[in-house]
Design a protein around this ligand. Structure first.
Ligand code: N01
Length: 538
């Protein structure tokens, strides 16, 4: 028998899926434009990534004064960040503050997983269904579903036999995990693993780090924000935000305009030392061609390997921790505190699972090709089904019954990372084909939400019902996204989640747009101003 919610869909102008930084701003913006908006969020709280990723040491790798909304000057003047790089709890407090400050909560429905989204050609409406059997009808569907929101636990056999506790970094228990007196195993040494490993090493009796591929991990150089730094940022926010929007990566880190090849060896070394001291992602701004020229990249890579050798006491461990599989930066650079130093501790062991792969999980721990390692707690810091995972699972159905999963069978096809041909009035925030994960996500989110709000205003102001990417424009954009990536060292670095390579069976296609946040923004703005070039308006 159907209940009332099933028979009587609730009607809104826009349904937004997800209440992370993207969904919250989309709600604010569209509501202020006069639309009725419903945000549907699977979690029991708002915050998206920052709600779920509560592992020890979770922290942003973009400076907090940059990684924050710019849309309201009073907000950015009132809010005070305590640290250079904000911790997960602080960012979560910030998002909740924004929701309260702008009276957004009443429009957000928590504990509601969207299970379907179907476009009706006859009425030009989306019908969005939830796991509770509710239905929502709306003219616009805004997918703020996140790009690193589907945790990936490898299909290692035997996990069901494991008698201890196990967790994924992206789905961490809210009450925390007490590892005192325990033997802990961490599988994975990406951004999540490298952040949590030093803290778990401090808390646990013993820590085993199962590493398949070493990553470059920069010292974050995190510290409390000095009052004069905060004041300076707040006095110059308009210029700083404008700079970020026109920059390569959507933040205020300045890239050295020089090629690594036009300076002397001494100057190159001094610049690399300087970037190491600045910390985190600054290393990738050392030279304008660090991600394009292999020789320049090789020198930076070797510089960091030298740092690893100087920190890690045991030469064999230092070598095992030294990345040699990918040019520096072609997998997201890690930014942590005390990561390499951790391997000098007596209670920490590095297990090289590239040399001796994990065979299976047993009742008591991890079995590799040549040993058994017993653990009480097993942590999967094994990443996400990035960029397409959430949308492919939701699998929206567009015009003529076309399923997104089919349309994306050979890899994500989008126009500008914002829209998909055959899916009218559906927008993706920070989707594949946009700078997204390759940028300060807050800058990219704001750019997308504002573009979407303007597009809706344009439709309404000109008597159109729908906007839809043309198949030709979409194909050309996908070609362009790949063309740009192929001019960089990403071309030869396919073994990363940027390519979907971490998910068995996922098409190996480069997903983000690396043409630069400023260039991208100017392009999508110009296309809109020219009357939405590449779109079909009806
Ligand atoms: O995930 P990852 P993450 N057996 O995919 C290993 C953002 N982020 O959660 O490289 C053994 O990078 C895998 O090994 P390999 C950031 O954009 C940001 O750490 O496939 N190992 C790798 O070491 C980041 O890039 C922040 O050989 C297995 C690790 O697990 C993105 O999220 C913090 C394995 C996964 O690394 C994802 O980062 C956290 C297996 N079967 C996340 N399967 C900050 O802002 C996987 N691995 C700082």
């Amino acid at each position: 028998m159907q209940n009332a919610a099933q028979t009587n869909p609730q009607k809104y102008d826009a349904v937004v899926v997800g209440a992370g930084l993207a969904g919250v701003y989309a709600l604010y913006k569209l509501r202020n434009q006069g639309l009725s908006v419903r945000v549907l969020e699977a979690g029991s709280g708002i915050g998206g990534t920052w709600y779920h990723n509560r592992y020890p040491g979770a922290r942003c790798d973009i400076e907090s004064l940059d990684y924050s909304y710019s849309f309201d000057n009073e907000l950015q003047q009132d809010w005070s960040w305590t640290e250079r790089y904000a911790s997960q709890p602080e960012i979560l407090r910030y998002i909740n503050h924004v929701a309260d400050r702008f009276d957004l909560r009443e429009h957000i429905q928590l504990d509601t997983k969207v299970t379907s989204a179907v476009f009706d050609d006859a009425t030009n409406t989306w019908t969005v269904g939830t796991d509770a059997g509710e239905h929502f009808e709306s003219r616009f569907a805004v997918m703020a579903t996140g790009v690193l929101s589907v945790p990936q636990v490898p299909s290692t056999t035997g996990l069901e036999d494991f008698q201890g506790e196990w967790y994924h970094s992206g789905d961490w228990p809210h009450e925390g995990v007490d590892v005192r007196g325990k033997r802990v195993g961490v599988i994975g040494t990406g951004s999540s693993g490298t952040q949590m490993i030093p803290i778990l090493a401090d808390q646990a009796d013993e820590l085993l780090v199962f590493q398949r591929t070493p990553n470059f991990c920069m010292p974050a150089q995190n510290y409390p924000i000095r009052p004069e730094v905060e004041q300076e940022w707040k006095a110059t926010y308009p210029e700083r935000r404008a700079f970020a929007r026109q920059s390569g990566f959507g933040h205020n880190q300045v890239t050295n305009p020089k090629s690594g090849k036009e300076v002397s060896a001494a100057e190159r070394l001094a610049e690399l030392e300087n970037r190491w001291d600045l910390g985190g992602l600054y290393m990738m701004r050392a030279f304008k061609d660090i991600l394009v020229d292999k020789e320049v990249n090789d020198e930076a890579s070797e510089f960091v390997r030298g740092k690893i050798r100087s920190i890690v006491a045991d030469p064999q461990t230092a070598e095992a921790l030294s990345p040699r599989h990918l040019p520096i930066g072609t997998k997201r650079l890690c930014s942590g505190t005390g990561y390499y130093e951790t391997f000098n501790r007596e209670n920490v062991t590095l297990v090289n699972v590239r040399e001796s792969p994990i065979d299976r999980i047993t009742a008591t721990g991890v079995r590799t090709a040549d040993a058994d390692y017993d653990v009480d707690v097993l942590v999967f810091a094994t990443g996400f089904d990035a960029m397409t995972g959430a949308l492919n699972r939701l699998n929206p159905v567009g015009r003529d019954g076309r399923q997104l999963r089919d349309h994306w069978a050979a890899g994500p096809q989008t126009y500008l990372g914002l829209t998909v041909s055959g899916f009218p009035n559906m927008f993706i925030i920070a989707g594949p084909g946009s700078p997204s994960v390759f940028s300060n996500m807050v800058t990219s989110i704001e750019q997308h939400v504002e573009w979407i709000a303007d597009a809706i205003a344009h439709l309404d102001g000109n008597g159109f019902d729908t906007i839809e990417a043309s198949p030709e424009a979409e194909a050309e954009w996908v070609r362009h996204v790949n063309e740009v990536a192929n001019k960089t060292l990403y071309r030869d670095s396919k073994a990363t989640w940027f390519y979907g390579a971490n998910i068995p069976g996922k098409p190996v296609v480069f997903m983000p747009y690396v043409g630069g946040v400023g260039n991208y923004w100017n392009r999508i703005t110009a296309l809109a101003q020219a009357g939405y070039t590449g779109f079909l308006l009806d």
